[in-house]
Design a protein around this ligand. Sequence first.
Ligand code: TMP
Length: 210
Amino acid sequence: MRPSNVPDTRGLFISFEGIDGGGKSTQMVRLVARLRELGRHVVESAEPGGSRISRRIREVLLDPATPELSPTTEILLYFAARAQNVDELIRPGVASGAIIISDRFTDSTLAYQGSGRGLGEELVRQLDRIACRGVKPDLTLCLDIDLATSAARAKKRDRLEEEPDQFRALVRDAYHRMAAAEPDRFRLIDASGTPDEVEQLVWEAVAPHV
Ligand code: TMP
């Protein structure tokens, strides 16, 4: 239950995005802690992951032992995991007035599959309409680092982190286009600084919304 000194606002849906190695997980943990200190009810989600079923789908998606996973199967699995999170975590969370913080959402699929894999924006939008039914982040924080930093920081721990530099470049360009197209919602955060500096930039973007 929310303390009585905290105003009763509608729920808020925030997503984190970015190419691999940008420090998303660290910043999410810090933001969640800060919001909870303010007495806000925070629900965490992750893609692929977040809910029990989505975590099982994640195992299939990111298993390096199955390189034959086709691009079409891959995109459908990402959306299957997302549909479960929308129904189980995000819709009920927003309805109850919580702040939902999701590690990635449809913008990842636009960037990685739509642009990186060349499946195209329209296919991603069609699947989004089926899986998310209008659920979209109110605010997206994209942790932006240059390609060399991304390659150096990303550990070789799953299929996508083994993608070549050209793939990373397509993904990063797609994120930059989203920031230009929707500047109010989609914020590029310079993630080249220290974790404390990046946390400050994240907070400046979030504070007006909470
Ligand atoms: P993570 O390391 O941020 O948990 O993300 C796992 C990988 O999955 C990351 O390389 C990005 C990728 N991914 C996609 O390709 N498409 C998607 O829709 C999502 C959510 C993630």
